[in-house]
Design a protein around this ligand. Sequence first.
Ligand code: AMP
Length: 499
Amino acid sequence: MNLADRLHRSAERLGERTVVTLDEAELSYAALDLMTARIATLLRRRGIGAGDRVAIMLPNVPEFAAVYYGVLRAGAVVVPLDPLLRKREIASYVGDCGARLLIAWHAFAETAEAGTAGTRTDCFFVVPDEFRRLLRALPEENGVVPRDDGDTAVIHYTAGTTGRAKGIELTHGNLGGNAATVARMHALGVDDVVLGALPLYHSFGQTCSLNATVHAGARLTLMRRFEAGRALEVIRRDGVTVLQGVPTMYIALLDHPGVSDLSLLRVCVSGGAPLPVDVLRAFESRYGCRIVEGYGLSETSALAATNRSGDGRRPGSVGWPVRGIEMRVVDEDGHEVPCGEVGEIVIRGPNVMKGYWNNPAATAEAIRGGWFHTGDLGRVDGDGFFFLVDRRRDVIIRGGYTVYSREVEEVLYEHPAVRQAAVIGVPHPELGEEIAAVVALRMPVDAETLRAFVRERVAAYKYPRHVSFVDELPVTPTGKILKRAIALPLTTGGQPSRG
Ligand code: AMP
């Protein structure tokens, strides 16, 4: 079934009920469905149809939903791009997937045009009022172009690391199934209001906020970008019942001085990066709403595992796989390791991507023996709860000892002065790597105090010899601390640079 059918069905059922808002702007299910039908006409008139790729570069605005489902309705494939991409990145992504069209928000017109110059991708700019006028003048395309579960619906590009860009191909079946799973896990219903603060171009926000809301017939209240004070206002103003966020959002809410009545909130979901246990506990005691942590990757359509309500939760764990999905911890040869031992997390199930677009070598490397290899290290306890230990590439080897950066970060977060912490390996002539911590503070503390604090709590080889301070750590819009972008203000001999 085409993912756009889910919107169409909800529209038939819920007509004039609101599906998406951004402050005063509001769309009903019927209006959104009609817009998608007209966008499908617009695309067809440009000769775009089943299987063609259409890139979209839109912020969190109601038009995102219209264009996204409009492209799908026409049978084409959505390639969502981060609106903040530079022209070189745009050129690389639209070139790689051979996009016929890039639909961009008017404010990004210049970069979009520069990025598509010299490619075969045309540009179309969304200027809100003009766009609505244009659409109103178009007849709606009848019906949704049929697509099979195995047909590609969306290609997500992996965050720009080195090497060739990888386009994650997700099918209508992958995404529709995962949206239904998310809606079921959080018992989403027509009376729910979901805060749409996660970027919709990324799989977490797209599946868990947009697609799950539409599947359930709920309402999504968007924020162009997350800001804690504003989020508290929107939560109160719109009676938000479901908050989905990355750990940096929970940290920001915790640091916000304002007091807010969040009594309507019934579930807070965290994912995308490790949620320090201390942040979870502090958030819950301040706001009185439980945080449920989940885990997944863009390659797994978003959600693979999650904690449950009641006793089905263990702080620090990502819970266990959702229905229909299998998850294991394996060694280098792909054999399952005994309970409690650390290995790579592998995932199998209907949420696993079809592959990397036009890149059979990368696909074969990632999906081996039917299992998708995540590159995340973890362990599973006797009750089946999974714990993420570190990303494989963030593991530090100090003098032959393995140090998981996350373990040391968790200890740093226990100190009341620490707002953000990243533990990284820095080159060392004898040890290979030495442990360094880079910390953003919420109140003054010196480096020696933090060093001593960690030293008392972990084995001697693990505590950070270097501690340095920054005002803010570099964080991606999807909540991951960009360890590679941390400029180390280190002095020699392990002395702190300041503090
Ligand atoms: P992306 O493909 O951008 O969604 O990123 C997926 C990566 O985010 C995973 O491979 C994990 O490293 C990380 N991640 C997602 N959820 C969690 C979580 N709950 N705890 C720790 N890391 C997470």
